[in-house]
Design a binder for this molecule. Structure first.
Ligand code: PRP
Ligand code: URA
Length: 216
């Protein structure tokens, strides 16, 4: 195992159902509708593990049999923050598990030549310091987009931040965990490497284009 993978904030969610669905995503013959559906399904499955440490408190209730104390969630509603565009593809999947969550948006696009992301949009809910933020993006390549998105959230007060992606390159995992060591990172699969265009190998191609049916 690579050294950085021993970091306790890095979680690989390699459930067989997720592995199976990732194989379908990788297949270049999987069309837009199916691809979009599977991205959301994976996000829903990953949410279950990603939200394992949500804070709870106890309330007293009465069952048909007797009174008892029982746990319920406490605190402000969570915020899901998709990185536009491709992160949007995961939002509905997370909302299936957290239907009341707020949704913020951060628009970032990588320059095709430099591979550096530039920001074009940011809208986040209030009270970020009291909410768990779940940043979604199917792809963690160089890590630049995820690092910038999390910088935005921290600048606006965000403290408890989780990053959820479906496929990561080792380079991106290292860069993100170095830049934001306090952030919990949830990954479906860590692939081999980046190619000369900073695409993940074997990867699944351009996630945004495959989710929205656009070309390059
Ligand atoms: C893709 C992807 C990530 C980013 C990952 O988005 O969805 O946001 O690249 O690359 P990085 O880790 O090297 O920053 P892209 O910039 O292509 O925009 P899009 O989602 O609008 O297609
Ligand atoms: N963004 C993608 O959509 N795919 C990659 O492989 C790298 C960045």
């Amino acid at each position: 195992m690579e050294d950085y993978m021993a970091n306790e904030n890095i979680h690989i969610i390699d459930h067989p159902l997720i592995q199976h669905k990732i194989t379908k995503l990788r297949d270049k013959n999987t069309g837009t509708g199916e691809f979009r559906k599977i991205v959301n399904e994976i996000a829903m499955l990953m949410s279950y593990e990603t939200l394992r440490d949500l804070p709870l408190t106890e309330v007293e209730i009465e069952t048909p049999i007797e009174k008892c104390k029982s746990p319920i969630r406490k605190g402000r509603k969570e915020v899901i923050v998709p990185i536009l565009r491709a992160g949007l593809g995961m939002t509905d999947g997370v909302l299936k598990i957290l239907p009341g969550a707020k949704v913020g948006h951060i628009g970032l696009a990588r320059d095709e030549k430099t591979h550096v992301a530039h920001s074009y949009y940011c809208k986040l809910p209030s009270h970020l310091d009291e909410r768990t933020a779940i940043v979604t993006d199917p792809m963690l390549a160089t890590g630049g987009s995820a690092i910038d998105a999390i910088d935005f959230i921290k600048q606006r007060g965000g403290k408890k931040i989780k990053f959820m992606c479906i496929i990561a390159a080792p380079e991106g995992v290292k860069a993100l965990s170095n830049a934001h060591p306090d952030v919990q990172i949830y990954i479906g699969h860590v692939d081999r490497c980046l190619n000369e265009n900073a695409y993940i190998c074997p990867g699944l191609g351009d996630a945004g284009d495959r989710i929205f049916g656009t070309v390059g």
